[in-house]
Write a protein of this length. Sequence first.
Length: 450
Amino acid sequence: LHHGGHLSWTMGAFHIGCPALRSHPAPGLKPKHTNVVFLKTHKTASTTMQNLLFRFAERNNLTAALPVQACGHQFCYPRSFTSHFVHPHTLPPNIITSHMRFNKPELQRLMPNDTIYITILREPGSMFESLISYYNQYCQSFKRVPNGSLEAFLEEPWKYYQPDEKDSMYARNTLTFDLGGDKDRPAKDEAYARGFVAEVDRVFSLVMIAEYFDESLVLLRHLLSWDLDDILYVKLNMRTPSSKRSLTPGLSSKIRAWNSLDARLYDHFNASLWRQLSVLGLACVAREVLLLRRAQESLMRSCFGGRMPLLRSAAQIKNKDLRPWQPSGKVDIVGYDLPVNLSHGFSSQAHELCLKLIMPEVQYTQVLLRSQSLRYRRSYQLRPQQQTHPIQQPIRTVLLRHPQVQRSQPPPAAAGPASGTRSTSTSKPAAGTQGRTTKIGPRSAQTQAL
Ligand SMILES: Nc1ncnc2c1ncn2[C@@H]1O[C@H](COP(=O)(O)OS(=O)(=O)O)[C@@H](OP(=O)(O)O)[C@H]1O
Protein backbone atom coordinates (compact mmCIF):
# COMPACT_ATOMS: atom_id res chain seq x y z
CA LEU A 1 0.00 0.00 0.00
CA HIS A 2 2.67 2.49 1.03
CA HIS A 3 5.38 1.52 -1.38
CA GLY A 4 3.40 0.46 -4.41
CA GLY A 5 4.14 -3.19 -3.66
CA HIS A 6 1.70 -5.87 -4.57
CA LEU A 7 0.66 -9.24 -3.27
CA SER A 8 3.02 -12.00 -4.26
CA TRP A 9 0.43 -14.45 -5.51
CA THR A 10 -1.02 -14.30 -8.99
CA MET A 11 -4.13 -15.85 -10.34
CA GLY A 12 -1.92 -17.93 -12.64
CA ALA A 13 -0.28 -19.58 -9.63
CA PHE A 14 -3.67 -19.99 -8.07
CA HIS A 15 -4.89 -22.06 -10.96
CA ILE A 16 -1.93 -24.45 -10.98
CA GLY A 17 -2.47 -27.97 -9.79
CA CYS A 18 -6.16 -27.92 -9.07
CA PRO A 19 -7.74 -30.68 -11.16
CA ALA A 20 -11.20 -29.17 -11.22
CA LEU A 21 -9.78 -25.95 -12.61
CA ARG A 22 -7.27 -27.55 -14.95
CA SER A 23 -9.99 -29.46 -16.74
CA HIS A 24 -11.84 -26.23 -17.44
CA PRO A 25 -11.49 -25.20 -21.10
CA ALA A 26 -10.54 -21.60 -20.40
CA PRO A 27 -9.39 -21.18 -16.83
CA GLY A 28 -10.08 -17.77 -15.44
CA LEU A 29 -12.18 -16.68 -18.37
CA LYS A 30 -15.57 -17.94 -17.28
CA PRO A 31 -17.79 -15.02 -16.25
CA LYS A 32 -18.21 -14.59 -12.56
CA HIS A 33 -21.64 -15.51 -11.31
CA THR A 34 -23.17 -12.44 -9.72
CA ASN A 35 -26.74 -13.32 -8.78
CA VAL A 36 -26.63 -14.70 -5.27
CA VAL A 37 -28.97 -15.15 -2.34
CA PHE A 38 -26.97 -15.65 0.84
CA LEU A 39 -29.30 -16.55 3.69
CA LYS A 40 -27.68 -14.83 6.66
CA THR A 41 -28.32 -17.17 9.57
CA HIS A 42 -27.65 -16.13 13.19
CA LYS A 43 -24.30 -16.50 14.99
CA THR A 44 -22.74 -18.52 12.18
CA ALA A 45 -20.00 -16.18 10.83
CA SER A 46 -22.64 -14.74 8.52
CA THR A 47 -21.56 -11.11 9.10
CA THR A 48 -18.11 -11.97 7.77
CA MET A 49 -19.79 -13.47 4.68
CA GLN A 50 -22.12 -10.52 4.28
CA ASN A 51 -19.17 -8.12 4.34
CA LEU A 52 -17.43 -10.16 1.63
CA LEU A 53 -20.59 -10.07 -0.52
CA PHE A 54 -21.17 -6.34 0.01
CA ARG A 55 -17.59 -5.66 -1.09
CA PHE A 56 -18.03 -7.90 -4.14
CA ALA A 57 -21.22 -6.03 -5.06
CA GLU A 58 -19.53 -2.65 -4.73
CA ARG A 59 -16.40 -3.60 -6.66
CA ASN A 60 -18.47 -4.85 -9.56
CA ASN A 61 -21.10 -2.11 -9.51
CA LEU A 62 -23.81 -4.64 -8.71
CA THR A 63 -26.95 -4.03 -6.67
CA ALA A 64 -27.36 -5.50 -3.20
CA ALA A 65 -30.96 -5.56 -2.00
CA LEU A 66 -31.21 -3.69 1.30
CA PRO A 67 -34.08 -3.33 3.75
CA VAL A 68 -36.47 -0.37 3.79
CA GLN A 69 -35.66 1.90 6.72
CA ALA A 70 -38.69 0.70 8.70
CA CYS A 71 -37.13 -2.78 8.78
CA GLY A 72 -33.81 -1.58 10.23
CA HIS A 73 -30.72 -3.32 8.87
CA GLN A 74 -32.56 -6.65 8.53
CA PHE A 75 -35.51 -7.57 6.33
CA CYS A 76 -38.02 -7.11 9.17
CA TYR A 77 -36.79 -10.32 10.80
CA PRO A 78 -38.38 -12.44 12.28
CA ARG A 79 -41.27 -11.85 9.88
CA SER A 80 -41.16 -14.06 6.83
CA PHE A 81 -39.39 -12.24 3.96
CA THR A 82 -41.46 -10.39 1.39
CA SER A 83 -40.27 -8.16 -1.45
CA HIS A 84 -42.06 -5.22 0.23
CA PHE A 85 -39.23 -5.20 2.75
CA VAL A 86 -36.73 -4.27 0.03
CA HIS A 87 -35.78 -0.62 -0.39
CA PRO A 88 -36.90 0.52 -3.87
CA HIS A 89 -33.51 2.13 -4.53
CA THR A 90 -31.94 -1.32 -4.29
CA LEU A 91 -34.03 -2.91 -7.04
CA PRO A 92 -33.57 -5.04 -9.03
CA PRO A 93 -30.94 -6.83 -6.97
CA ASN A 94 -28.08 -9.11 -7.90
CA ILE A 95 -27.23 -9.99 -4.32
CA ILE A 96 -29.28 -10.28 -1.17
CA THR A 97 -27.53 -11.01 2.10
CA SER A 98 -29.15 -9.20 5.03
CA HIS A 99 -30.85 -11.15 7.82
CA MET A 100 -34.26 -12.49 6.89
CA ARG A 101 -36.55 -15.41 7.54
CA PHE A 102 -36.25 -17.40 4.32
CA ASN A 103 -39.19 -17.39 1.93
CA LYS A 104 -38.30 -18.96 -1.40
CA PRO A 105 -41.36 -17.91 -3.46
CA GLU A 106 -40.85 -14.23 -2.53
CA LEU A 107 -37.15 -14.39 -3.30
CA GLN A 108 -37.88 -16.03 -6.63
CA ARG A 109 -40.17 -13.15 -7.48
CA LEU A 110 -37.37 -10.70 -6.71
CA MET A 111 -34.23 -12.36 -7.99
CA PRO A 112 -33.11 -13.40 -11.51
CA ASN A 113 -33.81 -16.96 -12.60
CA ASP A 114 -30.16 -17.99 -12.48
CA THR A 115 -29.75 -16.97 -8.82
CA ILE A 116 -27.61 -19.29 -6.73
CA TYR A 117 -28.72 -19.91 -3.14
CA ILE A 118 -26.14 -20.21 -0.40
CA THR A 119 -26.29 -20.29 3.38
CA ILE A 120 -24.14 -21.17 6.39
CA LEU A 121 -24.61 -23.39 9.46
CA ARG A 122 -22.63 -23.76 12.69
CA GLU A 123 -22.18 -26.61 15.11
CA PRO A 124 -25.25 -26.41 17.41
CA GLY A 125 -23.30 -26.46 20.72
CA SER A 126 -21.07 -23.45 20.06
CA MET A 127 -23.86 -21.70 18.19
CA PHE A 128 -26.31 -21.99 21.09
CA GLU A 129 -23.64 -20.84 23.56
CA SER A 130 -23.11 -17.77 21.33
CA LEU A 131 -26.88 -17.17 21.05
CA ILE A 132 -27.54 -17.30 24.79
CA SER A 133 -24.68 -14.95 25.52
CA TYR A 134 -25.57 -12.49 22.70
CA TYR A 135 -29.33 -12.38 23.26
CA ASN A 136 -29.36 -12.68 27.05
CA GLN A 137 -31.11 -9.30 27.41
CA TYR A 138 -33.43 -9.63 24.39
CA CYS A 139 -34.92 -13.05 24.45
CA GLN A 140 -37.39 -13.63 27.28
CA SER A 141 -36.60 -17.35 27.36
CA PHE A 142 -33.03 -16.46 28.32
CA LYS A 143 -33.91 -13.50 30.56
CA ARG A 144 -36.03 -15.72 32.81
CA VAL A 145 -33.12 -18.05 33.56
CA PRO A 146 -31.34 -17.28 36.88
CA ASN A 147 -28.03 -15.56 35.98
CA GLY A 148 -28.69 -16.43 32.33
CA SER A 149 -27.19 -19.82 33.14
CA LEU A 150 -26.84 -22.17 30.18
CA GLU A 151 -26.90 -25.19 32.50
CA ALA A 152 -30.11 -24.04 34.21
CA PHE A 153 -31.82 -23.43 30.87
CA LEU A 154 -30.85 -26.83 29.50
CA GLU A 155 -31.89 -28.58 32.71
CA GLU A 156 -35.52 -27.47 32.29
CA PRO A 157 -35.93 -25.64 28.96
CA TRP A 158 -39.75 -25.76 29.01
CA LYS A 159 -39.74 -23.85 32.30
CA TYR A 160 -38.23 -20.81 30.50
CA TYR A 161 -39.13 -21.22 26.84
CA GLN A 162 -42.44 -20.10 25.39
CA PRO A 163 -42.70 -20.96 21.68
CA ASP A 164 -44.97 -18.12 20.60
CA GLU A 165 -43.48 -15.15 22.38
CA LYS A 166 -41.30 -12.46 20.79
CA ASP A 167 -37.72 -13.51 20.03
CA SER A 168 -38.31 -17.15 20.96
CA MET A 169 -36.51 -18.12 17.73
CA TYR A 170 -33.17 -17.37 19.39
CA ALA A 171 -33.83 -20.03 22.01
CA ARG A 172 -34.62 -23.11 19.93
CA ASN A 173 -33.71 -24.39 16.44
CA THR A 174 -32.69 -20.93 15.23
CA LEU A 175 -31.23 -22.29 11.98
CA THR A 176 -34.45 -24.13 11.17
CA PHE A 177 -36.45 -20.97 11.86
CA ASP A 178 -34.16 -18.78 9.72
CA LEU A 179 -34.50 -21.31 6.91
CA GLY A 180 -38.29 -20.90 7.10
CA GLY A 181 -38.97 -24.13 9.01
CA ASP A 182 -40.99 -25.02 12.11
CA LYS A 183 -38.63 -24.68 15.08
CA ASP A 184 -41.09 -26.39 17.42
CA ARG A 185 -41.87 -29.50 15.42
CA PRO A 186 -41.42 -32.41 17.87
CA ALA A 187 -38.18 -34.35 17.48
CA LYS A 188 -40.14 -37.55 16.94
CA ASP A 189 -41.70 -36.17 13.75
CA GLU A 190 -39.13 -37.98 11.64
CA ALA A 191 -40.93 -37.32 8.34
CA TYR A 192 -40.89 -33.56 8.90
CA ALA A 193 -37.20 -33.50 9.80
CA ARG A 194 -36.24 -35.63 6.82
CA GLY A 195 -38.40 -33.62 4.42
CA PHE A 196 -37.06 -30.30 5.70
CA VAL A 197 -33.42 -31.30 5.28
CA ALA A 198 -34.21 -32.58 1.76
CA GLU A 199 -35.90 -29.29 0.87
CA VAL A 200 -32.94 -27.21 2.08
CA ASP A 201 -30.65 -29.51 0.10
CA ARG A 202 -32.76 -28.98 -3.02
CA VAL A 203 -32.84 -25.17 -2.79
CA PHE A 204 -29.31 -24.33 -1.65
CA SER A 205 -26.41 -25.04 -3.99
CA LEU A 206 -23.95 -24.55 -1.16
CA VAL A 207 -24.41 -24.82 2.58
CA MET A 208 -21.26 -23.47 4.20
CA ILE A 209 -20.07 -24.67 7.59
CA ALA A 210 -18.69 -22.03 9.97
CA GLU A 211 -16.10 -24.41 11.48
CA TYR A 212 -14.69 -24.91 7.96
CA PHE A 213 -15.16 -21.37 6.78
CA ASP A 214 -12.13 -21.25 4.47
CA GLU A 215 -12.86 -24.65 2.94
CA SER A 216 -16.45 -23.50 2.39
CA LEU A 217 -15.13 -20.38 0.65
CA VAL A 218 -13.08 -22.54 -1.70
CA LEU A 219 -16.29 -24.32 -2.71
CA LEU A 220 -18.05 -20.99 -3.07
CA ARG A 221 -15.25 -19.67 -5.27
CA HIS A 222 -15.55 -22.66 -7.58
CA LEU A 223 -19.33 -22.58 -7.63
CA LEU A 224 -19.43 -18.90 -8.59
CA SER A 225 -16.26 -18.86 -10.74
CA TRP A 226 -14.83 -16.12 -8.55
CA ASP A 227 -11.17 -15.29 -7.96
CA LEU A 228 -9.18 -15.70 -4.79
CA ASP A 229 -9.33 -11.94 -4.52
CA ASP A 230 -13.10 -12.11 -4.18
CA ILE A 231 -13.08 -14.31 -1.08
CA LEU A 232 -10.63 -12.37 1.09
CA TYR A 233 -12.12 -11.40 4.45
CA VAL A 234 -11.43 -10.33 8.00
CA LYS A 235 -13.34 -12.08 10.80
CA LEU A 236 -16.15 -9.88 12.11
CA ASN A 237 -18.63 -9.85 14.99
CA MET A 238 -16.51 -11.88 17.40
CA ARG A 239 -16.93 -12.01 21.15
CA THR A 240 -13.96 -11.52 23.45
CA PRO A 241 -12.64 -14.75 24.97
CA SER A 242 -13.97 -13.57 28.37
CA SER A 243 -17.51 -13.43 26.93
CA LYS A 244 -17.26 -17.06 25.83
CA ARG A 245 -17.36 -20.28 27.75
CA SER A 246 -16.31 -23.77 26.87
CA LEU A 247 -18.82 -26.60 26.79
CA THR A 248 -18.57 -29.99 28.42
CA PRO A 249 -19.59 -32.96 26.23
CA GLY A 250 -22.66 -33.31 28.46
CA LEU A 251 -23.81 -29.75 27.77
CA SER A 252 -23.16 -30.13 24.05
CA SER A 253 -25.39 -33.17 23.84
CA LYS A 254 -28.15 -31.41 25.80
CA ILE A 255 -27.95 -28.53 23.35
CA ARG A 256 -28.20 -30.95 20.42
CA ALA A 257 -31.21 -32.66 21.96
CA TRP A 258 -32.99 -29.32 22.58
CA ASN A 259 -32.12 -28.13 19.04
CA SER A 260 -32.60 -31.47 17.36
CA LEU A 261 -33.73 -30.07 13.99
CA ASP A 262 -30.67 -27.83 13.81
CA ALA A 263 -28.43 -30.72 14.83
CA ARG A 264 -29.86 -32.80 12.03
CA LEU A 265 -29.31 -30.02 9.50
CA TYR A 266 -25.74 -29.55 10.71
CA ASP A 267 -24.85 -33.24 10.54
CA HIS A 268 -26.30 -33.60 7.07
CA PHE A 269 -24.63 -30.52 5.57
CA ASN A 270 -21.31 -31.02 7.34
CA ALA A 271 -21.13 -34.44 5.72
CA SER A 272 -22.18 -33.07 2.35
CA LEU A 273 -19.57 -30.27 2.58
CA TRP A 274 -16.84 -32.87 2.99
CA ARG A 275 -18.21 -34.91 0.09
CA GLN A 276 -18.05 -31.81 -2.11
CA LEU A 277 -14.52 -31.03 -0.92
CA SER A 278 -13.45 -34.58 -1.72
CA VAL A 279 -14.79 -34.23 -5.25
CA LEU A 280 -12.66 -31.10 -5.67
CA GLY A 281 -9.68 -32.96 -4.22
CA LEU A 282 -8.59 -32.44 -0.62
CA ALA A 283 -5.02 -31.59 -1.63
CA CYS A 284 -6.29 -28.97 -4.04
CA VAL A 285 -8.58 -27.54 -1.36
CA ALA A 286 -5.73 -27.43 1.17
CA ARG A 287 -3.58 -25.54 -1.34
CA GLU A 288 -6.31 -23.02 -2.02
CA VAL A 289 -6.89 -22.54 1.70
CA LEU A 290 -3.18 -21.89 2.18
CA LEU A 291 -3.13 -19.34 -0.65
CA LEU A 292 -6.24 -17.71 0.73
CA ARG A 293 -4.69 -17.35 4.20
CA ARG A 294 -1.45 -15.97 2.78
CA ALA A 295 -3.27 -13.44 0.61
CA GLN A 296 -5.43 -12.54 3.57
CA GLU A 297 -2.42 -11.91 5.78
CA SER A 298 -0.81 -9.71 3.13
CA LEU A 299 -3.99 -7.71 2.76
CA MET A 300 -4.32 -7.26 6.52
CA ARG A 301 -0.70 -6.23 6.94
CA SER A 302 -1.17 -3.72 4.12
CA CYS A 303 -4.21 -2.27 5.84
CA PHE A 304 -2.73 -2.24 9.35
CA GLY A 305 0.67 -0.67 8.74
CA GLY A 306 2.61 -3.91 8.32
CA ARG A 307 1.15 -5.65 11.38
CA MET A 308 -1.74 -8.00 11.95
CA PRO A 309 -4.75 -6.09 13.31
CA LEU A 310 -5.42 -5.87 17.04
CA LEU A 311 -8.89 -6.77 18.22
CA ARG A 312 -10.44 -3.85 20.08
CA SER A 313 -13.48 -3.34 22.24
CA ALA A 314 -16.04 -0.84 20.90
CA ALA A 315 -14.87 1.78 23.43
CA GLN A 316 -11.29 1.53 22.12
CA ILE A 317 -12.31 2.10 18.50
CA LYS A 318 -11.96 5.81 17.63
CA ASN A 319 -13.78 5.72 14.30
CA LYS A 320 -17.48 5.30 15.14
CA ASP A 321 -18.12 3.77 11.71
CA LEU A 322 -16.01 0.85 12.86
CA ARG A 323 -17.61 0.20 16.26
CA PRO A 324 -19.57 -3.06 16.29
CA TRP A 325 -23.03 -3.03 17.84
CA GLN A 326 -23.08 -4.26 21.45
CA PRO A 327 -26.16 -6.32 22.33
CA SER A 328 -25.81 -5.83 26.11
CA GLY A 329 -23.37 -4.90 28.84
CA LYS A 330 -22.83 -8.60 29.53
CA VAL A 331 -21.07 -9.45 26.29
CA ASP A 332 -18.23 -7.74 24.42
CA ILE A 333 -18.22 -7.76 20.64
CA VAL A 334 -14.84 -6.76 19.31
CA GLY A 335 -13.80 -4.96 16.15
CA TYR A 336 -10.86 -3.16 14.58
CA ASP A 337 -9.59 0.36 14.05
CA LEU A 338 -7.36 1.55 11.23
CA PRO A 339 -4.04 3.09 12.33
CA VAL A 340 -4.53 6.89 12.39
CA ASN A 341 -1.50 7.79 10.29
CA LEU A 342 -2.27 5.15 7.70
CA SER A 343 -4.18 7.29 5.25
CA HIS A 344 -1.03 9.33 4.38
CA GLY A 345 0.46 6.74 2.03
CA PHE A 346 -2.87 5.41 0.76
CA SER A 347 -4.84 6.07 -2.35
CA SER A 348 -8.43 6.82 -1.42
CA GLN A 349 -9.45 3.54 -3.07
CA ALA A 350 -7.03 1.55 -0.90
CA HIS A 351 -8.22 3.37 2.21
CA GLU A 352 -11.82 2.60 1.36
CA LEU A 353 -11.03 -1.06 0.79
CA CYS A 354 -9.41 -1.34 4.23
CA LEU A 355 -12.28 0.52 5.87
CA LYS A 356 -14.95 -1.65 4.26
CA LEU A 357 -13.06 -4.83 5.10
CA ILE A 358 -13.60 -4.19 8.82
CA MET A 359 -16.84 -2.22 8.73
CA PRO A 360 -19.55 -3.74 10.96
CA GLU A 361 -22.89 -4.84 9.54
CA VAL A 362 -25.08 -1.92 10.63
CA GLN A 363 -22.75 0.82 9.37
CA TYR A 364 -21.96 -0.96 6.10
CA THR A 365 -25.68 -1.41 5.42
CA GLN A 366 -26.21 2.35 5.89
CA VAL A 367 -23.20 3.31 3.76
CA LEU A 368 -24.28 0.96 0.98
CA LEU A 369 -27.86 2.21 1.04
CA ARG A 370 -26.60 5.79 0.67
CA SER A 371 -24.34 4.96 -2.28
CA GLN A 372 -26.94 2.81 -4.03
CA SER A 373 -29.62 5.48 -3.53
CA LEU A 374 -27.29 8.04 -5.09
CA ARG A 375 -26.68 5.76 -8.04
CA TYR A 376 -30.39 5.10 -8.38
CA ARG A 377 -31.22 8.83 -8.38
CA ARG A 378 -28.52 9.54 -10.94
CA SER A 379 -29.77 6.76 -13.17
CA TYR A 380 -33.26 8.23 -12.94
CA GLN A 381 -32.00 11.69 -13.82
CA LEU A 382 -30.44 10.14 -16.90
CA ARG A 383 -33.78 8.63 -17.90
CA PRO A 384 -36.41 11.39 -17.43
CA GLN A 385 -38.95 9.59 -19.59
CA GLN A 386 -39.40 6.91 -16.89
CA GLN A 387 -42.18 8.29 -14.72
CA THR A 388 -43.49 5.37 -12.72
CA HIS A 389 -41.99 4.49 -9.38
CA PRO A 390 -40.36 1.06 -9.70
CA ILE A 391 -42.06 -0.48 -6.69
CA GLN A 392 -45.44 0.04 -8.45
CA GLN A 393 -44.37 -2.17 -11.35
CA PRO A 394 -43.68 -5.89 -11.33
CA ILE A 395 -40.37 -6.09 -9.52
CA ARG A 396 -38.41 -8.12 -12.07
CA THR A 397 -39.15 -5.82 -15.05
CA VAL A 398 -38.47 -2.37 -13.70
CA LEU A 399 -34.84 -1.46 -14.25
CA LEU A 400 -32.28 -3.05 -16.47
CA ARG A 401 -30.36 -5.56 -14.49
CA HIS A 402 -26.59 -5.78 -14.34
CA PRO A 403 -25.56 -8.71 -16.47
CA GLN A 404 -22.96 -11.16 -15.27
CA VAL A 405 -19.57 -9.68 -14.53
CA GLN A 406 -17.27 -10.64 -17.38
CA ARG A 407 -13.60 -11.13 -16.88
CA SER A 408 -11.83 -9.02 -19.48
CA GLN A 409 -8.72 -10.14 -21.28
CA PRO A 410 -5.59 -9.00 -19.42
CA PRO A 411 -5.57 -5.21 -19.16
CA PRO A 412 -3.28 -3.06 -21.34
CA ALA A 413 0.39 -3.41 -20.46
CA ALA A 414 0.69 0.02 -18.87
CA ALA A 415 -1.84 -0.87 -16.19
CA GLY A 416 -1.25 -4.60 -15.92
CA PRO A 417 0.98 -6.61 -13.61
CA ALA A 418 3.34 -7.54 -16.47
CA SER A 419 4.42 -3.93 -16.93
CA GLY A 420 5.74 -3.75 -13.41
CA THR A 421 3.70 -0.63 -12.85
CA ARG A 422 0.31 -0.56 -11.20
CA SER A 423 -2.85 1.28 -11.96
CA THR A 424 -3.17 4.36 -9.81
CA SER A 425 -6.77 4.92 -10.75
CA THR A 426 -8.91 5.57 -7.71
CA SER A 427 -12.24 5.76 -9.47
CA LYS A 428 -14.91 3.16 -8.94
CA PRO A 429 -17.06 2.13 -11.91
CA ALA A 430 -19.23 5.06 -12.93
CA ALA A 431 -22.57 5.55 -11.29
CA GLY A 432 -25.71 4.96 -13.28
CA THR A 433 -24.26 2.20 -15.39
CA GLN A 434 -27.03 -0.29 -14.85
CA GLY A 435 -27.44 -2.51 -17.85
CA ARG A 436 -23.84 -2.26 -18.97
CA THR A 437 -21.46 -5.16 -18.88
CA THR A 438 -18.93 -4.72 -16.11
CA LYS A 439 -15.50 -5.86 -17.21
CA ILE A 440 -12.90 -6.66 -14.65
CA GLY A 441 -9.35 -7.80 -15.18
CA PRO A 442 -7.69 -10.95 -13.85
CA ARG A 443 -6.67 -8.99 -10.76
CA SER A 444 -9.75 -7.23 -9.59
CA ALA A 445 -9.93 -3.78 -8.01
CA GLN A 446 -9.49 -5.21 -4.50
CA THR A 447 -5.80 -6.10 -4.70
CA GLN A 448 -5.09 -3.72 -7.54
CA ALA A 449 -5.79 -0.93 -5.08
CA LEU A 450 -2.94 -2.23 -2.99
N1 LIG B 1 -14.50 -16.58 9.54
C1 LIG B 1 -15.09 -17.04 10.64
N2 LIG B 1 -15.00 -18.36 10.95
C2 LIG B 1 -15.60 -18.85 12.05
N3 LIG B 1 -16.34 -18.09 12.91
C3 LIG B 1 -16.44 -16.77 12.63
C4 LIG B 1 -15.85 -16.19 11.49
N4 LIG B 1 -16.18 -14.89 11.49
C5 LIG B 1 -16.94 -14.66 12.57
N5 LIG B 1 -17.11 -15.80 13.27
C6 LIG B 1 -17.92 -16.01 14.50
O1 LIG B 1 -19.30 -15.95 14.11
C7 LIG B 1 -20.08 -15.44 15.20
C8 LIG B 1 -20.90 -14.25 14.73
O2 LIG B 1 -21.83 -14.74 13.81
P1 LIG B 1 -22.77 -13.79 12.96
O3 LIG B 1 -21.98 -12.71 12.35
O4 LIG B 1 -23.52 -14.69 12.04
O5 LIG B 1 -23.74 -13.21 14.06
S1 LIG B 1 -25.07 -12.32 13.85
O6 LIG B 1 -26.21 -13.22 13.98
O7 LIG B 1 -25.04 -11.68 12.57
O8 LIG B 1 -25.03 -11.35 14.97
C9 LIG B 1 -19.10 -15.08 16.27
O9 LIG B 1 -19.05 -16.20 17.14
P2 LIG B 1 -18.92 -16.03 18.74
O10 LIG B 1 -17.66 -15.23 18.95
O11 LIG B 1 -18.82 -17.43 19.27
O12 LIG B 1 -20.12 -15.31 19.19
C10 LIG B 1 -17.79 -14.93 15.52
O13 LIG B 1 -16.66 -15.13 16.35
